[in-house]
Write a protein that binds this ligand. Structure first.
Ligand code: FE
Length: 333
């Protein structure tokens, strides 16, 4: 009898661990998520399999696989991409008091198809040998002729810039935003860069006085080459107005997941204090959970106390097409 009880207890303990496996389609770098999936696996016994690619191909894969998909969780960057996935019907709403408590309402889908898990600011960087911080103020001010030949931008086909412009449209309307973007184009020091790191390096090298980039690229660059801090500094835009544009990386449960409960638990865990600092700070992002503090080098390079634009990040998706058209019309390549 005793033996039988022990055996059945062992079975009961082993059964959920064996039954649980989730597949995560991830547009994030493997080295960012691996420490988290391993920690989760160790803690819960749930095996987490990562399938990594860029956001676009992963969404196409989810569409093509439909009901036959093995995916349970979709993780990607930018409210614009998460909004696209929702529009395409690839995600299902999550009803989770844990996620609602951990993630502020502006950093999640109003209909709960996805939740932000880390925050990045897209803001102004400048070379302090050429520019005094007192000369800087807003994204709109970078359209002022005083920056002629001094501004650097990344290409407009990048979702981060589409999301920034989409948000400017929400705040300023189309006509004013078009003026701003035209002003930026007129002020360019050189043709737009294909990535944020190249742009920051150009500021470091003195080729541009000011530019717009995501904060975590600055963190990464400083981590590799601390001397960059002498030539490139962060300026949080619009502090007297709406606040600096922030965006997220985030996750949702795949519509045709056959393990939605486990998928939800994993996303809930990613929003917890335990996972948040690891998830965010591995990539020099800010935690999305406001109860988690920024520490270490990150806090020194990228203070988290700036005023953030509180508009819901899904506006990046809602206005994405308008933003793309507007940038094209303004001659922003
Ligand atoms: Fe990025």
């Amino acid at each position: 009898m005793k033996k039988l009880l022990v055996a059945s207890l062992a079975l009961a303990a082993a059964a959920p661990a064996m039954a649980s496996e989730i597949v995560v389609y991830s547009a994030r770098a493997d080295e960012l998520l691996k420490p988290l999936t391993q920690a989760y696996q160790k803690k819960t016994g749930t095996k987490v399999t990562l399938v990594s690619d860029k956001a676009g191909p992963l969404m196409e894969k989810l569409k093509a696989e439909g009901k036959n998909t093995k995916a349970d969780v979709f993780i990607t960057v930018d409210g614009g991409n998460l909004w696209q996935a929702t529009q395409a019907g690839l995600l299902r709403p999550i009803n989770s008091s844990v996620l609602k408590s951990n993630i502020p309402s502006n950093l999640r889908d109003p209909k709960n198809h996805w939740f932000g898990l880390s925050v990045r600011a897209r803001t102004i960087f400048y070379n302090p040998k050429k520019v005094n911080a007192s000369q800087l103020s807003t994204y709109a001010d970078l359209a002022n002729a005083k920056w002629k030949g001094k501004l650097c931008l990344r290409t407009s086909n990048n979702v981060y810039n589409q999301s920034l412009v989409a948000t400017l449209i929400a705040h300023n309307g189309q006509a004013k935003t078009e003026q701003i973007v035209k002003g930026w184009v007129n002020n360019l020091a050189t043709t737009p860069f294909s990535n944020d790191t190249a742009l920051l390096e150009a500021i470091d090298a003195g080729r541009c006085d000011v530019g717009i980039a995501n904060t975590y690229y600055y963190g990464r660059l400083l981590n590799q080459k601390p001397s960059v801090a002498n030539n490139v500094k962060v300026f949080f835009a619009d502090q007297k107005g709406k606040g600096t544009h922030v965006n997220v990386s985030g996750a949702g449960v795949v519509k045709h997941s056959d393990n939605a409960a486990e998928a939800q638990k994993f996303i809930e865990w990613l929003s917890s204090s335990e996972a948040q600092s690891l998830y965010a700070q591995n990539n020099f992002e800010f935690p999305a959970n406001p109860r988690v503090a920024v520490t270490g080098n990150m806090a020194r390079w990228l203070p988290s106390s700036f005023k953030r634009d509180m508009i819901n990040v899904s506006v990046a998706g809602q206005n994405q097409q308008k933003a793309i058209m507007l940038m094209k019309k303004a001659g922003y390549k």
